[in-house]
Write a protein that binds this ligand. Structure first.
Ligand SMILES: NC(=O)c1ccc[n+]([C@@H]2O[C@H](COP(=O)([O-])OP(=O)(O)OC[C@H]3O[C@@H](n4cnc5c(N)ncnc54)[C@H](OP(=O)(O)O)[C@@H]3O)[C@@H](O)[C@H]2O)c1
Length: 277
């Protein structure tokens, strides 16, 4: 069974991703399953359902049913492991503060030396608009936002890199935001948040370049406006076009898993189109 680490799993997008992964079949795993089931065909590339025999179909159903029950072994992590995270059907629930090197090291030791197929850096913070304006933003807001949104994903990835490199088809998903796009910025404000996500994009691109030869795919994601706890004022719930985490995650999942090494280090909207830096 493939293994995933999900940060921010106590709330919103991270929680829903963790839940989905527990239930989910990993698509790249599914390809060899089909190839295995279709004994008349040497490789998936040559697979054509029209030439399947009845026996192929029966074997396919048998193997696919097993795969369906698999899902991921999910390590659900958050700074707080309250009731929401406790509802996840995984025994691996971890307190992890991505801004703390000690906490990252502790989690890494708990995770051990096993292969890691998927690392989802989802934990994030955003200060209320008024506190992150040109007039009001402060060193405190800037440091906290960068520590969680930018340095956290880098340092956690660094710590789990040996595990990723041991896995078959490893993948990193970094949850960015369209607000980190300089080209797309038409409304200003949100100094720390925008800059932290722009810097996360830069870091993610470097990761993609450095890890390409090692076979690690890096996918930078924008979830759209999602009804979560990120905006402590609750305004996001009323924002035009805001969607539930279920919808955002089902689309993000498609985007995340459809990208190969040739697309590594690119920035994607949940609806599948590429975003400008
Ligand atoms: N919702 C949106 O519309 C939207 C749009 C674009 C991008 N995003 C991005 O999507 C990601 C997920 O956000 P969300 O909307 O699901 O927000 P959320 O509901 O607030 O979830 C974020 C989670 O990260 C946790 N967290 C905060 N600091 C942490 C730390 N130091 N270490 C570990 N975990 C920490 C939060 O805990 P606390 O609640 O205790 O702080 C929370 O459980 C974020 O990176 C966000 O920037 C969201």
């Amino acid at each position: 069974m493939p293994t995933a680490v999900v940060t921010g799993a106590n709330s919103g997008i991270g929680w829903r991703f963790a839940e989905k992964l527990i239930e989910e079949v990993r698509f790249p795993y599914f390809l060899p399953v089909i190839a295995q089931a279709t004994k008349n065909h040497q490789s998936f590339e040559r697979f054509d359902a029209r030439y399947l025999t009845a026996m192929d179909f029966s074997r396919f159903r048998e193997v696919y049913a097993n795969a369906l029950q698999q899902g991921y072994t999910v390590y659900a992590c958050d700074i707080s492991t309250s009731n929401k995270l406790q509802t996840l059907k995984t025994p691996h629930k971890h307190t992890l503060d991505v801004t703390s090197p000690i906490s990252i090291q502790k989690f890494s030791q708990e995770f051990g030396s096993q292969p890691l197929n998927l690392l989802l850096n989802i934990a994030g913070v955003m200060s209320p608009k008024e506190e992150d304006s040109l007039e009001k933003t402060s060193l405190e807001v800037l440091e906290k936002t960068f520590a969680v949104n930018t340095f956290g994903p880098l340092l956690l990835t660094q710590s789990l890199l040996p595990n990723l490199l041991q896995a078959k088809s490893p993948r990193i998903g970094n949850m960015s935001s369209r607000m980190g796009s300089i080209a797309d910025n038409s409304s200003g404000g949100a100094y720390a948040y925008r800059a932290s996500k722009g810097a996360l994009n830069s870091i993610s691109k470097s990761m993609a370049v450095d890890l390409k030869e090692k076979g690690v795919v890096v996918v930078i994601l924008h979830p759209g406006i999602v009804k979560t706890g990120i905006d402590k004022t609750g305004a996001i719930w009323k924002a035009e076009g805001a969607v539930e985490p279920e919808l955002a995650v089902s689309k993000l999942w498609e985007v995340l898993m459809s990208k190969g090494l040739e697309d590594s280090g690119r920035f994607w909207h949940r609806d599948g189109f590429e975003l400008e830096w």
